[in-house]
Every structure is written in structure tokens, then in C-alpha cells.
Design a protein around this ligand. Sequence first.
Ligand SMILES: [Zn+2]
Length: 348
Amino acid sequence: MNLAAGTVDRALSLILELCATPSPTGFTKSAEAFLETAIAAAGFTPQRTRKGSVYACLGGQGHPLVLAAHVDTLGAVVRSIKGNGRLRYSKVGGYPDLNLVAQTCLIHTREGKTFSGTFQPVDASSHVNPKLKELKPDDENLEILVDERTRSREETLALGISPGDMVSLDARPVLTQSGFLKSRHLDDKASAGILLALAGLAGTKDLILGREVFLLFTTYEEVGHGGAVVPAEVEEFLSVDMGAVGDDLGCDEYKVSICAKDSNGPYDWDMTNALKQAATRAGCDYAVDIYPSYGSDAGAALFSGHDLRHGLVGPGVYASHGYERTHRDAIANTLALLAEYVSRAPDL
Ligand SMILES: [Zn+2]
């Protein structure tokens, strides 16, 4: 499968824009608006569910398939304001607090104000606190410093910051000359950008669909129920979500990963076989792996009672749920696999 020229670059620029759009789970309206604009620009009609998923039908006939990526990300909520005016936090999504040390962030208040800040260890000056190197990063030993002149709880409250306000983590998206894409939240904005680029191909008829295809962008994946609402009666639900990279896994930052089993059990036998065959036909560099600590929107769809075949593919991403990294080759391989997969009806 040869993709139209510029498709991978288009995906990369969409990914960079999405990564720069704050969207921790529960605070995803800017990302939803971005998706709607991009879907309309590709020539399709975006729709939004009540809980904020954005979806669109790309056309095609028969054997309806949904391709799902999530645009919600890890983040935090303001838990309380300390006596010294700094913030305690409560994490949104599952990740080690280690990944928050020196992380810059934005605090989004319910009145629409935005403040910058940084997650720092308590007593963070290493010239003053010799015990810093023994620090166990957790929500008691880390705090958020707001970049405002506040030294008390009252002063921070007077700024307009309150418990329950949302905290987004600065993604710091970078594309290097050597083709590496580094950013927080490549999980799963890398896949969302890939799906938008795929919509662009369908819109210009550079991709002819062999079946009916829906795109679904969910907003509650990191807390487990993003895929619970499926917008149409579909036969297959393909989660497009990052491929895990690490010890004893075959995937790396250049490949597309096909997941055969995650924490919720095996993926559909026939669909996973068909994905593997599509990857081979398209000449993709790919790996079939199992992920011991992973759940996807496809699992959420099944647990919600939908009767469908499910699969999971995505670009290999290293340092997941931290400052993540992938390569343009993984984006290209994922695009090629998806383009091949949607171009044929299932052979059942
Ligand atoms: Zn994900």
C-alpha cells in the first residue's frame, strides 16, 4: 500500500498540534473542537456524543468497522491548597509520580482562568535539602508551585484557584531532524493524528474504502470507559492506541504493533489474524505482542455489552505515560496497515 505523498508529514503535524492542546481526562473540550475542525476540513461531518466522544462516518458499504483513538490524557486535579499556598494534587489516570518531578503544567480553573506551575519535591533546593536524593516521589512529597506571588492558602484562593480545578501536563512536543517524535501524550494523540490523516486520504479519494468505516475519538480512555459508547452498530472495533515497547516485546519505536492479548485477555482471533495479513500485504514492519499491563477502548466497548470483534494496533511508543518517544517510521507503518485494512471487506 503506497500512501499519497505527504500523508505521514500531515499526520505528524496533526499529532504535534494535538499534543500542544491540553486535554486531561475530564477537560477535553479544546481537543474535541480541534477534532471537529480537522474532520470537517477532510470533508466529513463530525458528531459528538453526550460524554464528548467525537465521531464521523467516512463512507463505504457493509461490514461496519470503527477505528477508535483517544484524545484524553493523563493529568491531575487540584486536591487541596496547602498552608504555604502550594497545591496538593490527585492524579488522573495511572502513572508513577516519578514522571511528575520537575514537570511543568497548567492549572485550569472552573472560572476559565489559566495559571502555569511546576511539580516540585517539597523543599526542592538541593543546596539546602541534602535529603532530596532519598525522596520517594508521591503525592505527599511532591507539590505544585503556582507561578504567582502567593505564600498562603488565602492568597492562592484569592487568585481563583480551588480544589477540583484541572491540571494539564505540558506535553513538550518535538520532532527531531532524525525523525523522532518526543512528547507527553503520544498515547494516544499519535494515533488520533494518524486517524485524521486517514480521513484526509478518504476525503480526497486517495483511499477507497472496502467497507463502511467510522472514526471514533474518545475522551475517557485513561479512566477506563472511553469506548463504552459505540456510535453505530458495528461488526468490528479496532482500537488504535500506542504499542508498548520494552523488555521481551517485539515492537520498537519504528514498528506498528498488533496486540494479541492485554490485561483484559485475548483479542479476537480472526480479526487479529486479518490485521496480521493486512500488515504483511502492506509491507509493514510490525510485531505481534502481548501487553501485560494495558487495557484499551476495545475492552471498554466489550465490557459495556457490545457484541463485536475487537482488535488493537498502534505505533510503538517508548517510555509510555512519561515523556514518550516514537519515530515517523512507526507512524508510517501504522498508517499503511490501517489503509490496507479498511480497503477490504473482512474475509469471513
Ligand atoms: Zn492509550
